[in-house]
Unconditional design. Structure first.
Length: 324
């Protein structure tokens, strides 16, 4: 069984190279998978299922063709496309998921989310999120005239860029406490998410975390095939370099980078620098003792084996081996 995971494509008419790369990914990879999980921010902005935008309609049609081929498609809302609704689901054949979704394809629980709920240090964003995710607010917003919604979406993007430019980078990243809380809550060995645009593999005291990258000069996806989990990147044609600065910024206001900032988890670090399709990822140094003072140490409390304890294989991406 092959499962694919993508997030943070931020598709829009201003980024045609990314849209073309998405269609190629659908034809060359997703069409051969058993399921595709879209973990939010597929679109730069989604103002409602009645949006007549032609690129958006083409994406809907592509997802429908994939569903009609028998590939299961799942959609988890991001902060840019939280208004995706039932009509979108009907037209694409996809299944809408909640903020957190648990799968067990190979005998271990794998938790999926967009990633914004884990950025708990960004208090202003979390307040905004609670407001716009309120069902009544979403209903009222979805029933505004189309042009009004388009104007609101433009205003939100401008405000987001302005606000993020004044925030420290660590505030806009996930907090380890939030990650470990969710891993424990769902008894998950692995968490897969996007949102932060900081692709890489991280080791936590009670599990591991794979972060998808945003699509810019590189595209990213996670592949689970049998008992192996891969984080894979691939180049997107050079036309993407001519796109607007707005399209080339992530949700944190930073320009994307092709090299993940994080290091490999323990098992990969033993083999030296990890590889993501040829891009070297230096192993992350162990945190200082005070950074884990609030947690039970491994010496004090035995932990169950996690994916990072398995031996990684040596193919094209960061790979974590699972026992079925």
């Amino acid at each position: 069984m092959t499962l694919l995971f993508i997030s943070d494509l931020h598709l829009s008419k201003e980024r045609p190279a990314i849209t073309r790369a998405f269609f190629r990914f659908m034809d060359e990879h997703a069409a051969n998978a058993d399921a595709l999980y879209i973990l939010g921010d597929l679109f730069e902005a989604w103002i409602g299922d009645d949006d007549p935008d032609e690129p958006a309609r083409a994406v809907v049609a592509a997802l429908r063709r994939l569903s009609d081929k028998g590939v299961r498609v799942y959609f988890l809302h991001g902060n840019r496309d939280f208004l995706v609704g039932r009509r979108f689901a009907r037209e694409t054949g996809c299944t809408l998921l909640g903020d957190y979704h648990l799968i067990n394809p190979c005998g271990q629980n794998i938790l999926l989310c967009h990633g914004d709920t884990l950025c708990t240090a960004d208090h202003s964003y979390q307040r905004f999120r609670r407001q716009v995710r309120n069902p009544l607010y979403r209903w009222l917003l979805a029933h505004l005239p189309l042009k009004k919604r388009q104007a609101i979406a433009t205003d939100w993007r401008a405000r987001s860029r302005a606000a993020n430019s004044n925030k420290a980078a660590n505030i806009m990243d996930v907090t380890p406490e939030a990650v470990e809380q969710q891993l424990e809550k769902y008894d998950a060995a692995l968490l897969i998410h996007g949102h932060t645009h900081r692709p890489g593999v991280h080791h936590h005291r009670n599990g591991d975390r794979v972060v998808l990258g945003d699509w810019d000069k590189l595209g990213w996806y996670v592949r689970i095939e049998g008992d192996v989990v891969d984080l894979v990147d691939f180049p997107i044609d050079s036309e993407a370099e001519d796109e607007t600065a707005d399209g080339n910024q992530d949700d944190t206001g930073n320009a994307p980078t092709a090299t993940p900032a994080s290091g490999a988890p323990a098992a990969i670090a033993e083999c030296g620098a990890a590889q993501v399709d040829g891009a070297s990822i230096p192993p992350e140094p162990a945190p200082p003792p005070e950074s884990t003072a609030s947690h039970d140490s491994d010496d004090e409390k035995p932990r169950a084996p996690t994916l990072a304890d398995k031996k990684p294989s040596s193919a094209d991406g960061n790979q974590l081996s699972l026992d079925i």
